[in-house]
Design a protein around this ligand. Structure first.
Ligand code: APR
Length: 237
């Protein structure tokens, strides 16, 4: 079914969440028992307030995430999205993920709505550095400001460029495929609806139900993303 949709689509946008990277070994946020936010209130750790109030905990949390991403690799599913982009079957990827795996796998047209763990920048002067600083516990800029990860923290706005482009892409799509997102975080979760409202077919691939399933033309929650993309690829051959 999805292979057919991909073949017949003129403009396909893929929208990914943390479920896209669990098969690379990175935990997602809200899966039962394994999600990062299972035992911690994200606003108490992934926010500017916690960076200022709970410095040690904030930096250790993000140091672990930076090192975790470094230890993991994009999986076959990321690679197939690259192949499909090259074959003209996928036109762009809107991602909530900050692991950089779509770029690392080779995808070109990617919008990182929530920023990236690949760089850190000074909260004071804005100077940008590689996140390798975190490997050596370098959490402060030469200006004395804090070197925070270049991800969107709770309570912050999204970076304008990827956000505006994601609006354009969602409105252009005639096929919009969600891969591995609970669709619980706004405004990112509005893009599937925007695409649908502009006439796109909406496909949601997620191991758990989402509150947007009723809008979807197709919902698949009985297969992991990696296995499903491999299956689809075999049908596209
Ligand atoms: N295949 C299919 N679905 C999967 C897989 C998999 N291999 N692994 C996990 N999932 C599903 C889970 O069932 C879950 O519903 O992926 C979904 C991931 O949802 P979340 O953990 O909520 O992640 P996401 O939707 O990306 O979170 C959005 O929340 O904390 C913020 O900024 C953070 O970008 C993140 C945002």
């Amino acid at each position: 079914m999805i292979a057919e949709l991909l073949r017949n689509s003129n403009y396909t946008v893929v929208f990914t969440g943390a479920g896209m990277s669990t098969e690379s070994g990175l935990p997602d946020f809200r899966s039962k028992n394994t999600g990062l936010w299972e035992n911690v209130d994200p606003t108490l750790i992934a926010s500017v307030d916690s960076m200022n109030r709970d410095v040690e905990r904030f930096f250790q949390f993000y140091r672990e995430r930076v090192l975790g991403v470094k230890d993991c690799l994009p999986h076959k599913g990321h690679e197939l999205l690259v192949e499909w982009e090259k074959a003209g079957l996928v036109d762009s990827i809107i991602t909530q993920n900050v692991d950089g795996f779509h770029y690392r796998a080779g995808s070109k047209n990617v919008m990182e709505l929530h920023g990236t763990l690949q760089t850190v920048h000074c909260q004071q002067c804005g100077l940008e550095f590689s996140s390798e600083k975190y490997e050596t516990n370098h959490f402060y800029c030469t200006c004395g400001g804090k070197l925070r990860p270049s991800v969107v923290l709770f309570g912050e706005g999204l970076p304008e460029e990827p956000f505006m482009k994601a609006i354009e892409e969602s409105e252009k799509a005639d096929l919009f495929i969600v891969l591995g997102s609970s669709l619980t975080v706004t405004p990112a979760n509005q893009f599937p609806l925007l695409a649908k409202d502009h006439g796109a077919k909406l496909v949601i691939v997620n191991l758990e139900p989402t509150e947007f399933d009723s809008y979807a033309d197709l919902v698949i929650n009985d297969r992991k993303i990696g296995d499903l993309l491999i299956e689809i690829n075999e049908k596209l051959m």
